[in-house]
Unconditional design. Structure first.
Length: 181
């Protein structure tokens, strides 16, 4: 009888030991799985987050784009000019083209207004008879100097820096127009 009880206790102890081993192996595998999921998340997540946040830290370059010879523009007239974006993507194609309204103020002075309305970005039109820029989308109106005259635009038309070099008018393209004066 005593032998039987001892055998039963030994068997129970062995079973308990097996159960503990299974539990500790499962815990270990769970931890390894969680670790692998964590490493995988970091490996996938870091490049994605870096890609999404990069534009916040990379300032787009500012480059001067030629618009044409000075004599091509008449004093007092505003004409639409096209030029390439400051940092065109290799696959951008025509989307890399942007535009401005260029006005020759005097022999040497030019002003280039962004064509994009400050409300939602529609291209504004210059109406020479009214001396106003009109936005066809929601009726935004700007004065000759780019200030808002009416409608929803929240800010004046941005202005690009312009210079004359070797008889050529050049505009400083930038990701975001940097001046509103
Ligand atoms: S986009 Fe120009 S007024 Fe709305």
């Amino acid at each position: 009888m005593k032998m039987e009880a001892t055998d039963r206790e030994s068997a129970e102890e062995a079973t308990n030991r097996d159960t503990e081993e299974v539990i500790s192996r499962r815990k270990f595998l769970n931890k390894v799985s969680l670790g692998l999921v964590g490493v995988g998340s970091v490996l996938v997540g870091v490049p994605i987050i870096g890609y999404l946040l990069a534009p916040l830290f990379n300032q787009s370059p500012e480059v001067w784009r030629p618009l044409g010879p000075v004599e091509q523009f008449k004093i007092g007239e505003s004409v639409q000019v096209a030029f390439e974006d400051a940092s065109p993507l290799p696959w951008a194609g025509v989307a890399a083209q942007t535009a401005a309204w260029l006005r020759r103020d005097s022999e040497t002075d030019f002003t280039a207004f962004s064509v994009n309305c400050t409300h939602l970005g529609c291209p504004v039109q210059w109406l020479p008879n009214a001396s106003l820029f009109m936005c066809p989308c929601h009726g935004g109106v700007y004065y000759k100097d780019g200030k808002v005259a009416a409608g929803p635009p929240p800010a004046p038309l941005p202005v690009y820096p312009v210079r004359v070099r070797n008889g050529q008018v050049e505009v400083r393209a930038s990701g975001i127009p940097i001046s509103t004066s």
